[in-house]
Design a binder for this molecule. Structure first.
Ligand SMILES: [Zn+2]
Length: 352
């Protein structure tokens, strides 16, 4: 470590990694799966404002352009040792992120060496290639904590001062796409309660993935492909326009703003698109509809992408077909996955 002090800024970064991280391959206590197809997203075509700047410089060195999300196809490289068959009845609840601190090749060798006492389910090489060492249904030895090993899937990212001195764009893409596929298979929400670093495992002395791992960037990428399910689709109420009062030959605009409090992004035109729906898909008030996408779906999100924490605007018109006062119940829904929380929303249309 000392010799690194005399080198350049780039090496200083490596020094920081070395100084703060510990190798996963120090002795610790203690195989293929179906993939989920997700729609492709062209990040290059996204507005700059929608792409957060990486905290750590993430530069592609391979020169390849990876489209994201994609369908990760791990190369299955079994380890003859260093895992327990099955999960001993434990449910899979976490994804644990690590870095290797040694090269990809040495990592695979270590995972196949009994004396190392370590393994992980997946290893992601600097160029984004994914190796699967242990099946998700089996227990890998990656977190230094038997309970967490039983309840988690471990992903190692190659980080090595020679072969891959910094996390790459390809690794972030591959890791996020892999996390999305795992989420689809195991029902793990992709939030920071369920996607944790090795350093966050209780009792650990390890500090990986360390200060150069860009959590916000990784979680944002993961949200773009996180399967919309009951576990990932959530919303809170932000605002609503005044109740419309119109005459029988008039129209009015209603707007509702919801915040995405789940862990999957709302993406217009995909299975992750957020819509404003009528609870129970009732069509009883469809006579009020003016240009709705469907009789039980008054509106879709206006924004192209609403990441977790962001707000979406839903606007729709009602028309005064007959006199009366009509209460229109409303509830957000991602039709590719799940209804949002029932927030008791409604609007009241008065037609004179
Ligand atoms: Zn680790």
């Amino acid at each position: 470590m000392q010799r690194l002090l005399r080198r350049s800024v780039l090496v200083l970064v490596i020094f920081l990694i070395s100084a703060t991280g510990q190798s996963d391959l120090a002795p610790q206590d203690t195989p293929p799966a179906d993939a989920t197809v997700v729609p492709l997203l062209d990040l290059a075509a996204m507005p700059e404002s929608a792409i957060p700047v990486a905290r750590a410089a993430v530069t592609s060195r391979s020169g390849t352009t990876m489209r994201f999300p994609f369908d990760p196809q791990p190369e299955y490289i079994t380890s003859a040792t260093n895992y327990w068959a099955g999960r001993d009845g434990a449910s899979i609840e976490y994804i644990v992120i690590h870095y290797t601190d040694i090269s990809y090749a040495r990592t695979l060798h270590a995972f196949d060496t009994l004396a190392s006492n370590v393994s992980a389910h997946y290893v992601i090489r600097g160029d984004g290639h994914i190796a699967q060492i242990v099946a998700e249904g089996d227990t890998a030895w990656h977190s230094g904590n038997a309970w967490y090993n039983r309840h988690s899937i471990g992903i190692e990212f190659e980080l090595d001062h020679v072969t891959n001195p910094a996390f790459t764009t390809e690794q972030y893409y591959a890791g996020a796409a892999l996390a999305c596929a795992i989420s689809g298979r195991q029902g793990i929400p992709l939030d920071r309660e369920h996607v944790i670093g090795h350093n966050e495992v209780p009792g650990t002395t390890h500090t990986d993935p360390g200060p150069t791992w860009d959590w916000p960037h990784f979680m944002w990428l993961a949200s773009l492909c996180a399967p919309p399910t009951d576990a990932t689709v959530h919303a809170s109420f932000v605002s609503e326009s005044p109740y419309p009062e119109i005459s029988t030959d008039d129209k009015a605009l209603v707007s509702v703003v919801l915040r995405n409090t789940g862990s999957t992004a709302w993406r217009k035109g995909t299975d992750q698109e957020a819509r404003l729906g009528i609870p129970d898909n009732s069509r009883a008030l469809a006579f009020l509809a003016d240009g709705w996408p469907a009789p039980e779906r008054p509106a879709v999100q206006e924004e192209d992408i609403v990441p977790p924490g962001g707000t979406a605007t839903f606007s729709f018109r009602v028309k005064g077909t007959l006199p009366g006062t009509f209460v229109v119940p409303l509830r957000g829904v991602v039709d590719g996955g799940a209804w949002m929380d029932d927030l008791g929303m409604f609007t009241v249309v008065t037609v004179r």
